[in-house]
Design a protein around this ligand. Structure first.
Ligand SMILES: *Cc1c(COP(=O)(O)O)cnc(C)c1O
Length: 457
């Protein structure tokens, strides 16, 4: 199967033709999930002793299986946090695969890691972190948050008083689910500042002041959010930074979704204080137009990450040799063997320039504000709160949670849009509301109007 024969040539042409068509398709069909039994019936057995052939397997994928997926870059896919990778980035994802570069160590991956680091330097510059700060690309925000939390916890444990203590981290109720999930992985406890809105310095200070003596000794870090996933809310990073400094706590900013907006001049001031963080998470696969998967973790002092993550092994020693000296991504996050997943971002940035990125991110913010105006103009609709970053929460007057759910399914079934409801807590009551999250600069006013019209019936 490593030979080059006629079957391989035909398969290659099929794949390249499909890829070019898909990449240039501006309105891909909004696919639907099907039940597993249904898919099984449609495609039959695909893994057999003799193989079903490239042509056959490819047609099953193209004609059946991919249609049971939602193209995340569809201009009316406004659910969760969408994505809309640039065409240049997607093309270079193909090149990344074709080049078979090992992304763990400079010795093997130098040229590729060089490219990643060029893109990383731009991200670091956006954060305003001091000279010396640097980071690596991870599989996503979850892995970035975990890598940062491990670094923080290990740094805390360099104080021998903390060696046998169970760590405790404070974050807000608006923080992403991955913070709690990754705290589980490192066996740390989590305390939440209970606020639907931004976490302020005072909220945080109150929480710290109310800890008992044992809890206070176990507290090692605070995680603030730079753009909540639900509503685009940015915590008071400046104030929280000051509290963390005074209380000697690690300050992590999870900007997995919102980080792209560091490039947008219109909202950059909302992130003031992020330059004082010890670590930051940004997902280029969300609002920086990279294909999946591409997250990033950035450290004020990368040496602390290296102390936590560098792996030892007799088979790895050569990588640490003088002769192979250079930046080793494996040393700064949880993964050893890794794809050069920052390469697509690098190529697209190099091709288009950072101004186009600024423009495309500003488009998401503009679309959110525009949607806000359209909602405010409509009798049966109401904003739940002012749009923030590219998120819009709004209600259809008189609708029950079931109405929102049926509306979501109907729009998806009709191939019009995928827009999902969320919850917003008002006076301790969780209300089901509608939510838009804009990422794709190709989404139009007409798209938004068409979706809002489906709420009239
Ligand atoms: C999406 C998101 C994450 C998780 O990132 P993945 O790339 O899905 O692992 C973490 N934090 C925030 C704020 C997010 O929006």
């Amino acid at each position: 199967m490593h030979n080059i024969d006629i079957e391989l040539v035909e398969m290659t042409l099929d794949v390249m033709k499909y890829s070019i068509n898909r990449i240039t398709n501006t309105s891909p069909e909004l696919g639907q999930p099907k039940k597993e039994e249904e898919l099984r019936k449609l495609v039959g057995d695909t893994i057999t002793a003799k193989g079903i052939g490239g042509e056959n397997a490819f047609h099953l994928f193209r004609d059946v299986l991919v249609k049971a997926t939602v193209p995340i870059d569809h201009p009316r896919h406004l659910a969760f946090v969408p994505a809309s990778p640039t065409r240049a980035a997607i093309m270079f994802d193909l090149v990344t695969s074709a080049s078979s570069i090992h992304g763990a160590y400079w010795m093997e991956g130098a040229g590729g890691i060089f490219c990643e680091n060029e893109a990383m330097q731009w991200l670091v510059t956006l954060t305003g972190l001091p000279v010396g700060a640097f980071g690596v690309f991870t599989s996503g925000g979850t892995a970035a948050n975990l890598s940062a939390m491990v670094t923080a916890r290990e740094y805390w444990r360099t104080n021998i008083k903390n060696l046998n203590k169970k760590a405790l981290v404070i974050t807000s109720a608006g923080a992403h689910s991955s913070i709690k999930a990754m705290a589980k992985v490192i066996d740390a406890d989590v305390l939440l500042v209970e606020t639907e809105d931004l976490m302020t310095a005072r909220d945080l200070q109150n929480k710290i002041d109310r800890l008992d003596a044992d809890q206070r000794k176990r507290l090692f870090a605070v995680v603030a959010t730079g753009g909540t996933t639900n509503a685009g809310i940015i915590d008071d990073l400046e104030g929280i930074a000051q509290v963390c400094e005074k209380e000697e706590l690690w300050f992590h900013v999870d900007a997995a979704y919102g980080g792209g907006a560091l490039a947008a001049d219109s909202v950059r001031h909302l992130f003031n204080g992020i330059e004082k963080a010890d670590s930051i998470t940004i997902d280029p696969h969300k609002w920086l137009f990279s294909p999946y998967d591409c997250g990033a973790v950035i450290y004020k002092n990368p040496e602390l990450a290296k102390a936590a993550h560098s792996q030892e092994g007799s088979y790895l020693e050569i990588f640490k040799d003088e002769g192979a000296s250079g930046f080793n991504p494996a040393d700064y996050q949880i993964q050893l063997t890794r794809r050069i997943r920052g390469l697509p971002l690098w190529f697209s940035l190099a091709m288009h320039g950072t101004d186009k990125y600024k423009w495309a991110v500003e488009m998401g913010i503009k679309l959110a504000n525009l949607a806000g105006e359209l909602i405010a103009d409509r009798e049966h609709l109401e904003l739940v709160r002012k749009p923030s970053l590219s998120c819009v929460l709004f209600r259809r007057k008189g609708w029950s949670p079931d109405d929102y759910r049926n509306w979501t399914y109907k729009n998806h079934r009709d191939g019009l849009a995928l827009v999902t409801p969320t919850k917003w807590i008002i006076n301790d009551v969780a209300e089901t509301v509608a939510r838009f999250c804009f990422i794709n600069p190709d989404t139009t006013i007409e798209d938004i109007v068409a979706i809002l019209e489906t709420m009239e019936e």
